[in-house]
Design a protein around this ligand. Structure first.
Ligand code: ZN
Length: 269
């Protein structure tokens, strides 16, 4: 049996070819992320193939979209955010989601290279970006996305740590994060007499624990706390609303820990 972790893909994809490949992967995954943010909250299947007519049509005029209209980000810029056929505005969130996914894939390539770990990380990006977008818009963290990220976490552990022992400690960390967030959320809810944290957030803690491990818990809690306060204030000041989604703060903290864990730990300890 060959050891996946020991395999070296980077020799062939270092430098410019690696960056080009990560851009290509990022563009594809970015368009996948936008599709998920539209379909999942509406209960539509997102596994259906792209070629089906129903979801490559303009939502306003129903005109089928051609290949030229579907190029991630570039089509939106070329058409200045309007449908080519009816002129209806296309939300700026689509290019933002696509660009964000693209940028994350390029950053991951620069740090991890085109390696098994780097590829699993890139694969996780559209799901994380979709979670942020859906939580901001609908205040939910869909179970299916949390579940997929949890399964990808198992794959990540398998390619980055040695076998069974690594997986065992990752599963334990997943449980610890989830229980801790549940108990904290429950206690805070009792004190504030209002719901402090949704079950979606608790499930995301389980995902974060699996990927990051117990050693990253202090950094993750600190970063998500800081991000949560910033986000809560912004929500209150800009949108004048009390209830704000906690998911985006958790995901920002998770991404920072995932990509920069060594640097963060070096700063903290
Ligand atoms: Zn149209």
């Amino acid at each position: 049996m060959s050891d996946l972790a020991g395999m070296d893909f980077s020799a062939d994809f270092s430098g410019v070819p690696g960056i080009l490949l990560s851009v290509l992967i990022g563009l594809c995954l970015g368009s996948f992320a936008t599709a998920m943010t539209w379909r999942i909250p509406r209960g539509q299947s997102w596994i259906a193939t792209r070629g089906r007519a129903e979801h490559s049509a303009c939502p306003s005029c129903g005109h089928p979209l051609r290949l030229l209209d579907l190029i991630p980000f570039f089509s939106w810029v070329a058409l200045r955010g309007h449908c080519r056929y009816c002129g209806a505005g296309i939300g700026w969130r689509y290019p933002v989601i696509e660009l964000l996914t693209l940028a994350l894939c390029v950053i991951i390539n620069l740090i991890f290279g085109i390696t098994p770990a780097g590829l699993v990380l890139m694969l996780a990006m559209p799901f994380l970006v979709a979670l942020v977008a859906i939580d901001l818009e609908h205040m939910i963290l869909p179970n299916q996305l949390n579940l997929i990220l949890w399964v990808l976490g198992v794959a990540y552990i398998c390619v980055t740590r040695d076998g069974g022992a690594g997986l065992q400690s990752a599963l334990l960390a997943s449980l610890i994060y989830a229980v801790l967030s549940f108990v904290t959320g429950w206690a805070v809810s009792r004190v504030l007499k209002k719901e402090a944290m949704g079950f979606g957030d608790v499930k995301f803690f389980a995902v974060a624990g699996l990927w990051l491990g117990v050693s990253a818990l202090p950094a993750f809690l600190m970063l998500s706390g800081v991000a949560g306060v910033v986000m809560g204030l912004a929500w209150k000041i800009i949108w004048k609303r009390e209830r704000f989604p906690f998911g985006p703060s958790l995901i920002v903290a998770f991404l920072l820990c995932l990509i920069f864990l060594e640097q963060i730990n070096a700063l903290l300890y």
